[in-house]
Design a protein around this ligand. Sequence first.
Ligand code: MTE
Ligand code: MO
Length: 325
Amino acid sequence: MFIKVKKAWDTESSATDEVIYRGRREFLRKSAGYGIAAGVALYGADTLFGLSEALAALPVKERKAALSGYAYPAPRNPIFTLDRPLTDETVAGRYNNFYEFSSRKNVYKYVDGFKTRPWTVKISGLVRKPGVYDVEKLIKKFGVEERLYRLRCVEAWAMAVPWTGFPMRKLLDMVEPESSAKYVVFKTLYDRKVFRQQTIRFWLPWPYTEGLTMAEAANELTLLATGIYGHELPGQHGAPIRLVTPWKYGFKSIKSIVSIEFAEKQPPTFWNTLGPSEYAFTSNVDPEVPHPRWSQATERMLGSKERRKTLKYNGYGEFVAGLYR
Ligand SMILES: Nc1nc2c(c(=O)[nH]1)N[C@H]1C(S)=C(S)[C@@H](COP(=O)(O)O)O[C@H]1N2
Ligand SMILES: [Mo]
């Protein structure tokens, strides 16, 4: 007899239906409390209610339980192994670069009101299937996996963390870029009500923008992360969806993405615009190419006094060296 073995990350439609059902019920309960006419609430519930809205309406505990039905924790992809211990979660979550919130490492103090659900990503440019895609639906469609990756910041500190997400490759297969597309352009949300620094430092080249070549975007390592340490991304790590390119300096791994565009020309990017000689467009980790003001030969592991030798391509040469020959 043939038994279909379901991979843990196969989509579970029954789990999703349950989320929508419970979220809708919760939404109706709240709407009644706010005195919204039942007709209006029902109209909204029946015609507009999707997975994201349902999840957003659930209390935190129930939301966690619902997500565990199809997203977290995700099965670990055994291909990606580490040469060093994982960074402690609280250490990684309290030493962040996210200039939209703060130009210091204390980003975690500013993310409490950051509303990341519902959230959509606009796909545009040289692509056959442009559109506005709901992050929750992408997670459901592609499934997610856990990957242990090193991350090396251009400032010479490093960490090792378990991301949860799906390969960018899956998204490319779905949206079908045109053959004329040479670059992928990623943008973070621009909203001065959400990100205080977009007002305080209004002169910076917002929105934060990053770019990859098509071949880099399609590489096996390129991950769109939606989680970390076995749960959803907290705000400071770039909720609800961010890029992770572990062979490049951390600033390429753009957070809180709202737009992915396929383009013929290399786009101007945030750090490259601010300092072209310090932050190259490609910015692959390379111990032999110093920053103009400091060496890149070694790195400090967050949460420890350990200094390690920096590895070319951050140790990911077997996956990516072929891209640059
Ligand atoms: N939108 C946005 N994305 C960003 C940044 C930022 O300031 N804004 N900082 C980058 C830098 S410099 C690094 S090192 C990583 C840090 O990711 P982490 O805070 O999750 O460790 O995010 C990158 N992505
Ligand atoms: Mo960084």
